[in-house]
Design a binder for this molecule. Structure first.
Ligand SMILES: Cc1cc2nc3c(=O)[nH]c(=O)nc-3n(C[C@H](O)[C@H](O)[C@H](O)COP(=O)(O)OP(=O)(O)OC[C@H]3O[C@@H](n4cnc5c(N)ncnc54)[C@H](O)[C@@H]3O)c2cc1C
Length: 475
């Protein structure tokens, strides 16, 4: 019988999971308690690994067209320009890493693109449809929706954000802390007097570290603003007049006029990790499983990767695959939480661009080497590692990238050189070294990048793009 999945929450995590399941022909419903779609820009930094996922699930072109690369930030003190912060020259794509730099797009727009892709697969997001409660037994999950409907499914996924109803109903601890001493006034607004082509830090004349940052939101005339609050400061208002008053304190003669406030909040760093990501037939993903500070730009990205890891496993249903989700993703979430917490500390110490610099924030080097699906090994590319891209040529001399071969819901087998390849239904590509004359569907590694990265022999690549050592599991 066809697998049925209920996804609670239509944020980036639930939407990505919906696409992953729907494109595999799984009967999935994506429900959200909200009456309208969220408008705030929140997670506006898409990391390189997320761009790779977006390429696979068919939304990358739309995301690249709608967003923008990182831009410099002009620094003002008391309204006078004193310099510019840049993140250095943009990294160039390499054969292995086609998207080396983070891409900026407001979260509400990323969600709209994912929703459109999901709708194209025949799955509309059901607004005003909260998950109210559920029970589970060995055969499935019976979920109660706020609309009064009762749904019976094989699996339930709680992608319902930091205050997750699903996590609470499971009684899973959300371990960590909320730091009340660190607060930031955040939101989206239009700002006359500030050029939209770059960011702006408006520092106070008497304390340049106190101020308001404005980051342009691509495709809209708005900026995302952020104003760190002093530890002893009374809770400020979040309405337009309160934000304007705060800007007036630091803008000096720049005379910045705010209007059209879309969204604003006083944010507190919440750094938490769910004790479990799975209880029986119920899974937790995204912010429901791990809450990050926004510094480091990891929260949305980690949720998208959770969904990408979980989707093919739910569709397959093999017990060892379902078991591997928590082991693989909880370890990654713990690691990423450490990273974004360190980044937040650097921010608080005044290193405002700290999070953009290191490759570790790009999520390209995260591996499942220590997970249950990996086999022990030595060498550069190991079971559990991200399978890198590489350009090849087909028999007609047309360029083909490995990522194009990986694209889609299937696993992929690469046979580099002459070795045997089992005929088990997994799409298999034979890759010959540079200088070969390819026959039939063979490909040539004209520039040598594939042989350098993968070495001769057989490599199986999981549907989510990691080197896999267990071909029999995919058969
Ligand atoms: C100011 C700010 C800046 C940020 N910057 C970044 C950044 O640069 N990069 C980054 O990667 N991340 C960033 N983040 C984090 C990012 O926004 C979150 O990690 C991301 O939204 C998590 O996605 P999600 O889908 O897991 O959860 P959410 O986006 O929280 O979505 C959960 C959804 O579940 C719905 N829901 C809740 N309860 C129920 C229920 N009972 N039934 C059904 N639906 C329910 C909600 O309505 C919501 O739509 C930032 C966050 C903030 C606040």
């Amino acid at each position: 019988m066809q697998v049925q999945v209920l996804v609670a929450g239509a944020g980036p995590t639930g939407l990505t999971l919906g696409v992953e399941l729907a494109r595999r022909g799984i009967a999935v419903r994506v429900v959200d308690s909200a009456e309208t779609f969220a408008v705030g820009s929140r997670g506006d930094g898409l990391q390189p690994r997320t761009l790779e996922v977006f390429e696979d699930i068919g939304v990358l072109d739309a995301v690249l067209a709608a967003g923008a690369p990182p831009c410099p930030t002009k620094v003002y003190v008391g309204g006078r320009p004193v310099g510019e912060r840049t993140m250095g020259p943009p990294a160039e794509p390499t054969p292995a890493v086609p998207y080396p730099t983070a891409w900026f797009l407001g979260q509400s727009r990323t969600e709209a693109i994912l929703r459109e892709r999901l709708a194209g697969l025949g799955v509309p997001v059901e607004l005003g449809t909260a998950l109210a409660g559920f029970t589970q037994d060995t055969g499935g999950v019976t979920a109660r929706l706020g609309t009064g409907e009762v749904v019976r499914v094989d699996y339930l996924v709680g992608a319902d954000g930091g205050r997750s109803t699903v996590r609470r109903a499971l009684g899973v601890a959300f371990e960590g802390s909320t730091d009340e001493s660190v607060r930031m006034l955040l939101g989206d607004v239009r700002a006359d007097g500030l050029h939209h082509a770059h960011g702006h830090w408006l520092g106070a004349a008497d304390d340049p570290m106190r101020g308001v940052v404005f980051s342009p939101l691509p495709g809209t005339p708005h900026f995302q603003f952020g104003a760190p609050l002093d530890p002893g400061e009374a809770e400020p208002g979040t309405e337009l007049a309160a934000v304007q008053a705060r800007v007036d304190e630091v803008a000096g003669e720049l005379g910045v006029r705010l209007h059209d406030l879309v969204w604003s909040t006083v944010w507190r760093p919440n750094v938490r990790l769910a004790a479990r990501f799975r209880v029986g037939r119920v899974f937790l993903a995204g912010d429901a499983a791990h809450a990050h500070p926004p510094t480091g730009g990891q929260g949305l990205n980690t949720g998208v990767q959770d969904a990408y890891n979980l989707g093919w496993k739910l569709a397959d249903g093999a017990p060892d695959l379902l078991d591997s989700y928590e082991a693989e993703r909880r370890a990654v979430a713990a690691h990423v939480l450490g990273l974004s917490t360190r980044s937040m500390r650097k921010h608080l110490d005044g290193d405002a661009d700290a999070h953009e610099r290191g490759r570790e924030y790009h999520q390209l080097d995260l591996t499942y080497r220590d997970g249950p699906l990996a086999a022990p090994g030595t060498g550069e590319l190991r079971s559990g590692d991200r399978a890198p891209d590489a350009p090849l040529l087909d028999a007609h001399g047309t360029r083909v990238r490995l990522f194009e071969l990986f694209r889609g819901p299937h696993a992929t087998r690469l046979v580099l050189g002459d070795g045997p390849a089992p005929a088990d239904g997994i799409p298999t590509y034979r890759i010959r070294p540079a200088g070969s004359h390819p026959a039939g569907g063979d490909l040539v590694d004209a520039a040598g990048h594939a042989f350098t990265a993968y070495g001769p022999g057989v490599t199986l690549v999981r549907p989510d793009g990691y080197v896999w050592s267990r071909p029999q599991a995919a058969a």
